[in-house]
Design a protein around this ligand. Structure first.
Ligand code: AMP
Ligand code: MG
Length: 325
């Protein structure tokens, strides 16, 4: 389903009035506010239950608007913007005066991107300003990839939900810090390291996914209600069956190599063969197993290449220690 023109106009009106709009992007649904309205931005944190020190991403309508929001743009940032925008790449740059500190968690840097979704771009164009938006879910939980996910999770907390169908990429954007001499990847996401390296012409350091330490990146994030356990691929079936026997209601992420294998578990999702399809389905699978009442999910990590890096990062953190959130 695609939002109609009157919905876009209504959503832009809500943003102008200081309200919150859930908007589809190619990565996940965002919870958007006028980036220049500190009170509206503060409401995002309230509705999400997100600590105010966790910075948000400012969404803009085109690469040509970049200089309206940031300062000191290095040539590397322009190169990356030119190649990957609109698209699932977020650039961290020095904050311009238009960006309130409420949107950056008090930092002098700001994360910016141009989303590659016709509804998001239509909204940005109708609104005319920047829309700051984290994922439209409660802090720490699974990101939404359909409008129904947003409604189910945030309900009346959102003033207007724009429905743009299911998100094509399914995992969040890749975040690259371009404020230093060498760009560094803060979060793997929809643009692969390989694609970034091909454009830059040199290898990129990607921090160990389990040890990322930037504001807003906790060990436990993207987590369903069910506890997530990661094991080697060959052990998924045995681990699931023994937990089920112990009385758990087990959900299984069955690796595609084992598709068709009968598993004695509460619910089974067969992981798609292609990494793009896996990324697209990942959050929906986690939600589905929660809805089915699973209390434990057994999964394995994909090969950490291409989109596999982002999927592994999300799974590790879905399985991360929850007491530290
Ligand atoms: P979310 O929209 O929930 O995917 O969160 C956006 C993420 O972008 C945050 O969790 C931060 O990790 C990252 N981020 C946003 N702004 C900055 C910044 N100025 N410096 C470093 N990381 C940032
Ligand atoms: Mg999020």
């Amino acid at each position: 389903m695609t939002a109609r023109t009157c919905d876009i106009e209504k959503a832009a009106e809500v943003l102008r009035a200081g309200g919150l709009v859930a908007l589809p992007t190619e990565t996940v649904y965002g919870l958007g506010a006028n980036a220049e309205d500190p009170a509206a931005v503060a409401r995002i944190f309230e509705v999400k239950g997100r600590p105010p020190s966790h910075p948000l991403i400012v969404h803009i309508g085109g690469a040509e608007q970049l200089d309206e929001w940031v300062q000191d743009v290095p040539a590397t940032a322009r190169l990356l913007a030119e190649h990957f925008w609109p698209g699932p790449l977020t650039l961290v740059l020095r904050r311009g005066p238009r960006v309130p500190l409420e949107a950056t968690g008090g930092l002098e840097t700001v994360a910016v991107r141009v989303p590659d979704h016709p509804v998001a771009l239509a909204l940005l164009s109708a609104f005319g300003g920047g829309v700051t938006a984290p994922s439209a879910n409660r802090f720490g939980s699974v990101s939404p990839t359909t409008a129904d996910h947003v409604r189910a999770e945030l309900g009346d907390g959102v003033d207007f939900v724009l429905d743009g169908g299911s998100c094509e990429v399914g995992v969040e954007s890749t975040i690259v810090d371009v404020t230093g001499d060498v760009p560094s990847v803060l979060r793997p996401g929809g643009v692969t390291r390989e694609d970034l390296e091909a454009v830059l012409g040199w290898p990129l350091a990607v921090p160990s996914t389990s040890r990322v330490r930037v504001p807003g990146q906790h060990p436990s994030h993207y987590a369903p209600r069910a506890r997530v356990v990661l094991v080697e691929s060959e052990k998924v079936v045995a681990e699931a069956e023994s937990a089920q026997e112990l009385g758990h209601r087990v959900g299984v992420f069955l690796p595609s190599a084992f598709a068709g294998t009968p598993v004695k578990a509460h619910a089974v999702v067969t992981v798609p063969d292609s990494l793009a399809a896996y990324a697209r389905g990942l959050y929906g699978f986690l939600r589905e197993l929660d809805w089915q009442g699973c209390d434990l999910i057994v999964a394995t990590l994909p090969v950490e290449e291409g989109l596999g890096l982002a999927i592994a990062n999300r799974l590790r953190r879905a399985a991360g220690p929850r007491s530290t959130v």
